[in-house]
Design a protein around this ligand. Sequence first.
Ligand SMILES: C[S@@+](CC[C@H](N)C(=O)[O-])C[C@H]1O[C@@H](n2cnc3c(N)ncnc32)[C@H](O)[C@@H]1O
Length: 203
Amino acid sequence: MSEFDDKAATWDENPDRVRRAVEIANYLKEHTSLIGVKKAMEYGSGTGLLSFALQDTLPDITLMDGSEEMTKVAQQKVNDQDVHNLHPLHYDLMEQPLPKERYDLIFILQTLHHIDDTTGFIERAYNLLNRGGQLAIIDLEKEDGSFHDGPFHGHKGFVRKELERQLTSTGFSIEHYGVCWKIEKEIEGHKKVFPLFMIIGKK
Ligand SMILES: C[S@@+](CC[C@H](N)C(=O)[O-])C[C@H]1O[C@@H](n2cnc3c(N)ncnc32)[C@H](O)[C@@H]1O
């Protein structure tokens, strides 16, 4: 049972999330070389918003997520829209063995901050990539903890230099870092902006 199971049915009802995924897909297309990418994987894909926004660009995307309900919603969307190149998979790389499949691109949106062992994730992603493959991490820049309301045990965003160090010590070269989106939230009567970065590492 994942803490995200209860959120799956209504996840796509938030129009900001849907718009964000489309804009981030455009940013990814601009800042990565997607030519030659045959197999891609989105990790922590949820209902698949970002992968659906890339379905016309990438030939084959596995949508991996540790929540059974999120995966069911993604699969339902695939069935309803008769999509043939998106493949939802209920799988937790941090708990289960490394699959045999290899990818040319792995992308992860707003999920790394929920994974305790970030280095462990980066190492697994490295091992799952073909040589020359790219890992695109999209997540929150360092924040003060106000992004999540309610109980939250993950990372309060990330510091660029620390993430770059984790990536390079795993073997990646850094291809890009930039702010790709800004989330605005009303917190205690004040508007607060949370920048999302995209960092791209190449194997
Ligand atoms: C904040 S949501 C983001 C979902 C999607 N990327 C989006 O932006 O709409 C985080 C997602 O990561 C998944 N997740 C969290 N920890 C995970 C893990 N260890 N393995 C696989 N998926 C995980 C959750 O089930 C959830 O769907």
